[in-house]
Design a protein around this ligand. Structure first.
Ligand code: ATP
Length: 273
């Protein structure tokens, strides 16, 4: 379980990116983080793994306050947090299997990782994970030979290989088409439910968040202005999060995109006949 208590961040420039955020993500819950550009979503995720140093507050992962740790302890504790990124962050010239095994690097001694000698248990687990994300037959391919959706599946398997207690997911579908985005979201939701992992997903796409997240937290100017299930995310709530003008513009953009997708589908269907 993750608990943030009074988490705040003011950058040296004087920008207050997070102001007194308190929330809890229980085991197995997948929480979507939404909000306009500059609301503090990335800062929140980065304060949890301390890529950004919080100005105040606690980041409790189980009994440990990550915000308090010195460098050595932090390095060890970071193993407990799996990260999944928008741009996948794979090593392109390594195989899918090697990329998944790299999730174990925090656990194996340096010489073993240097020689790429991973324990048999790690290799067996990596195969299980590849099977789980539907990439078993691609294990020996180089990462740069995969599609975007397949790369993100590798990213998910690598994060899980770490045996994390928390997943932090930063715009996992921003580089993917709508259908692949939904497949990736479904996979993430299933995995969190199966393994009891709590997850925070930074997500720009509101309809996608509404479709897949069990809980949505809306940030505006560094503060939590909405926290509830997707069905409570009414037009009023969205206006509170995004502001009247921005929300209308976003909605219009979504409608245009949906019309364009439907149009493309119709044309493909006509061509197929
Ligand atoms: N390194 C930095 N130095 C100074 N200010 C920063 C830094 N990073 C972010 N900020 C500021 O903190 C605020 C929150 O930024 P953050 O990137 O967390 O928002 P976000 O919700 O993730 O935005 P986006 O959706 O555009 O990625 C913004 O006002 C931003 O200008």
């Amino acid at each position: 379980m993750l608990r943030l208590e009074g988490l705040s961040k003011t950058y040296k420039t004087g920008d207050t990116a997070l102001a007194d955020v308190t929330l809890e993500v229980p085991k197995g819950q997948i929480m979507g983080l939404i909000g306009p550009s500059g609301a503090g979503k990335s800062t929140l995720i980065r304060c949890i793994n301390r890529l950004v140093e919080p100005t105040a507050g606690k980041v409790m992962l189980g009994d440990v306050d990550l915000a308090k740790l010195g460098k050595g302890d932090l390095r060890r504790q970071r193993r407990r947090i799996g990260m999944i990124f928008q741009e996948y962050a794979l090593v392109e010239r390594l195989t899918v299997m090697e990329n998944v095994l790299s999730g174990r690097l925090g656990y194996v001694p340096f010489w073993r990782s240097f020689m790429r000698k991973f324990p048999a248990d790690d290799i067996q687990r990596a195969y299980q994970l590849l099977d789980r994300v539907g990439l078993m037959e691609h294990a020996d391919k180089r990462a740069d030979a995969l599609s975007g959706g397949q790369r993100q599946r590798v990213g998910i398997a690598r994060a899980l290989a770490q045996d994390p207690e928390l997943l932090l997911v930063d715009e996992p579908t921003a580089s993917l088409d709508p259908k692949t985005s939904r497949q990736i979201m479904r996979l993430l939701v299933e995995i969190c439910a199966e393994s009891g992992l709590p997850a925070i997903v930074n997500i720009h796409d509101v309809p996608l968040a509404q479709q897949f997240m069990q809980r949505i937290v809306g940030l505006r100017a560094g503060r939590v202005v909405f926290d509830g299930p997707p069905e409570h995310l009414t037009q009023d709530a969205l206006t509170t999060i995004y502001g009247e003008e921005d929300w209308n513009a976003m909605r219009k953009g979504d409608e245009e995109q949906a019309t364009a997708e439907a149009d493309a589908r119709d044309r493909m269907a006509a061509l197929a006949q």
